[in-house]
Design a protein. Structure first.
Length: 364
């Protein structure tokens, strides 16, 4: 889209994106009371049974009961709070039906994809990225963006990631540094004004409950070693972020998405524990989350089965048919492997500044 930097910035100044900074009111969330050290508690809680001392056995059993009770209370609080951090229902219906005036599936996917790329570049935590996507969707459900201004979605994605990084990261990147790989580069003061609008629109409620909020609670109770649990956590997070790209998953609760992702990951890594974990989730989750889990899980399985079939088909089509082709393929595979190792050892390089267009301030 062709436009001058001065025109774009002037559009921002005059558009409905701006809020009245004097009327913004801060509404801070109440302390959620969720025990974020539950994982550490689990690791530190060890059982030393003494066959000659019934008191020690009873004490250890009591500690385990207290831990289980604490985890259940934390989950119950998350289940209760998640409904306060959802996009508006009418937006979800119109977005999933591809009839939203504010954003289409392709534009949203592009914005979320950029946020996910920034996670790898800056090593953001999974919760930081999940927060930014939550802010993005909630804002779009509450505020109508100017029509015909495609750059506003990019400005919004940068703003939401900036706010999430300030909420969760120890060292949040500078606003200019944050815009890696973006088609446009916005001035810091432009992003700061947009931050005020997002904050006021969201009512300053930023401690969102996202699917990532549930990951550790669903995995910590599994009968497995720490390495397997770490692998499960990484896989669950991957599944959650892959679903975040799909606009149709907006209709599911965060707890349902997290539970479905956990079952999908277990099916790959610990298939023998799927049935038991499913019973636990259904007994633990509220009724609405249970109903949505039963709908979300098949959709997620179908999505990733399609992806796996596509990958398998490509691999099958690439199988050589002759001994000479086998040798050629082997040589090609080794070359590609070496190239991949080399590329992975190199840090990501941001695009050259000369290739970016910068949104400058209008000249007074």
């Amino acid at each position: 889209m062709a436009f001058s930097p001065t025109e774009a910035n002037a559009d921002f100044e005059q558009s409905s994106l701006l809020c009245n900074e004097d009327t913004c009111t801060c509404f801070f969330d109440e302390a959620d009371g969720v025990n974020t050290n539950a994982s550490q508690m689990f690791d530190d809680c060890s059982c030393h049974y003494d066959e000659d001392d019934a008191y020690n056995l009873q004490k250890d059993m009591s500690e385990h009961e207290d831990l289980a009770s604490g985890l259940q209370r934390s989950l119950s609080e998350l289940f209760e709070r998640e409904n306060h951090y959802l996009p508006q229902a009418d937006f979800v219906l119109s977005a999933t039906a591809q009839s939203s005036r504010n954003v289409d599936a392709s534009s949203r996917r592009q914005a979320v994809s950029w946020i996910l790329k920034m996670r790898g570049f800056f090593r953001f935590s999974a919760y930081t990225v999940s927060l930014s996507i939550n802010y993005f969707d909630r804002f779009l459900s509450l505020h109508q963006l100017p029509t015909g201004k495609a750059w506003t979605l990019q400005l919004l994605s940068v703003t939401c990631l900036s706010l999430a990084a300030k909420m969760e990261e120890i060292d949040a990147p500078l606003l200019l540094d944050l815009q890696v790989g973006a088609d446009l580069v916005f001035e810091p003061r432009t992003i700061q004004r947009m931050e005020l609008l997002v904050l006021s629109t969201l009512g300053w409620k930023l401690s969102s409950v996202t699917p990532i909020s549930y990951t550790s609670y669903f995995i910590i109770r599994l009968d497995s070693d720490i390495r397997t649990k770490q692998a499960l956590t990484l896989r669950v997070n991957e599944l959650i972020f892959s679903c975040a790209l799909e606009i149709r998953f907006l209709r599911f609760l965060p707890s349902s998405i997290a539970a479905a992702a956990t079952l999908c990951a277990l099916q790959e890594i610990l298939p023998l524990q799927v049935a038991e974990q499913k019973r636990y989730l259904l007994n633990t989750m509220p009724h609405q989350s249970q109903v949505e889990l039963m709908s979300c899980y098949p959709v997620m399985m179908e999505l990733f089965s399609t992806v796996q079939c596509s990958v398998a088909k490509e691999a099958e089509d690439s199988v050589p048919q002759s001994p000479v082709a086998v040798l050629d393929a082997s040589f090609s595979s080794n070359s590609m492997s070496n190239a991949t190792m080399t590329s992975h050892s190199c840090p990501p390089i941001s695009p050259a500044p000369s290739k970016k267009r910068r949104i400058d301030s209008p000249q007074k």
